[in-house]
Design a protein around this ligand. Structure first.
Ligand code: CP3
Length: 353
């Protein structure tokens, strides 16, 4: 039944600045291991990257949470690390540990990456665009289809560190010692990923999200670091996308950038919306920014695991903070594998009551 959906592509309407209440909802990492039907497909797909690059599988797991919960947006099933993979870096996902890349430790490894005009890059990513087209054809028309990529700093951090080390110290060290190499890596990611987003939009994505999941690892001793390494490269991507797809709707999730950082995202990058992490007080952020700024978020994934009265209170707090303002309901980071499915149902029922 479609009655629990907000209808009329509510997510796109909010991204155009229209307040919709209660807000439309989706959840970061909504296709994933907390769903038994995902685990089933994942087991037959082989490796995680095989799952990402096989449209039959990727379409199916993208649709699973839409069928089960009627989310207002579907997000393409893929990963931010398919881009380093397409650039020729060795990327693999180790069961129970996460991503592993052969680190870019210096010039030698950087020189081995594909150049921006190498046709092999987008040849490699072709299955992703096929997945997007098929999804747009199969999804209900009221469901917004989101494409995505990682922000240059976040992707560069994985490429340099080789893994999600706790504070991504290798990337910070390189950013301090060989600034020009990091600049060049970020430039390459800006160019390639601008084109990557354009191609997703042309294949059928209604909007895209840029994941800056590691904004919090930028050196906090340098007040300009957030602008220089995060917001400016993102701004260049957004301008580049809009040069080809005018009015493209783009959400920037700037996890770890703090209340100040979140308040600056839309202004400094030209994003259509700021994705708010769980560490930020949403009500306070909403008071600090103009009513016209579009926000998204930000229930703590641990509160979703907890459920019960705590979850109801967290949902109510978001509702209260955003009534009359353009907002898309979401978590403040990705849903985790141990989340009970019933709690997702509880959250949506509370939101839509
Ligand atoms: O949101 C969705 O449902 C769409 C799919 C999606 C995945 N990764 C699938 C995935 C998206 C949008 C991402 C983005 C992503 N990938 C980010 C940014 C968002 C964030 O969480 O901060 C980052 C940092 C990555 C890199 C990455 N991929 C890590 C660190 C891991 C390991 C952690 C983990 O949860 O296992 C992955 C693997 C991954 N990406 C899984 C999924 C469903 C789990 C792999 C599996 O099923 O075995």
């Amino acid at each position: 039944m479609a009655q629990h959906r907000r209808g009329d592509r509510a997510v796109l309407r909010v991204l155009s600045g229209e307040p919709v209440f209660p807000p439309p909802a989706w959840v970061m990492r909504q296709a994933g291991r907390y769903l038994p039907e995902y685990r089933e497909v994942r087991a037959t797909a082989g490796s995680f990257l095989d799952l990402c690059y096989t449209p039959d599988f990727a379409v199916e797991v993208t649709l699973q949470p839409i069928r089960r919960f009627g989310f207002d947006a579907a997000i393409l099933f893929s990963d931010i690390l398919v881009v380093p993979d397409a650039l020729g870096q060795n990327v693999r996902f180790v069961e129970g540990e996460g991503p592993r890349l052969d680190p870019i430790a210096g010039r030698a490894e950087f020189s081995a990456l594909r150049q921006v005009d190498d046709p092999a890059i987008f040849e490699h990513l072709k299955p992703v665009f096929e997945t997007v087209s098929r999804l747009r054809a199969e999804l209900p028309s009221e469901t917004t289809l989101l494409g995505f990529c990682g922000a240059p700093w976040t992707v560069a951090s994985y490429m340099i560190g080789g893994r999600g080390t706790q504070d991504l110290a290798p990337a910070r060290a390189l950013a301090k010692n060989d600034t020009s190499l990091v600049d060049e890596l970020i430039d390459r990611l800006v160019t390639v990923q601008t084109e990557y987003l354009i191609r997703q939009l042309r294949a059928g994505a209604d909007a895209v999200q840029i994941f800056e999941s590691h904004a919090g690892t930028l050196p906090d001793t340098d007040p300009d670091a957030l602008s220089r390494w995060s917001f400016q490269p993102i701004a260049r991507m957004i301008a580049g996308v809009r040069a080809h797809v005018p009015d493209a709707k783009i959400i920037v999730f700037a996890r770890g950038s703090g209340l100040d950082g979140h308040a600056r995202v839309v202004d400094e990058t030209g994003a259509s919306a700021v994705g708010v992490d769980w560490a930020v007080d949403l009500a306070e952020l909403r008071r600090r920014i103009p009513d016209t700024v579009v926000t998204q978020g930000n229930v703590h994934p641990d509160t979703l695991i907890e459920g019960g009265a705590a979850l109801d209170a967290a949902v109510d707090a978001v509702r209260d903070a955003v009534e009359g303002k353009p907002h898309i309901f979401n978590l403040g980071h990705g849903i985790t594998p141990q989340t009970p499915v019933a709690h997702v149902e509880q959250m949506l029922a509370r939101l839509r009551r």
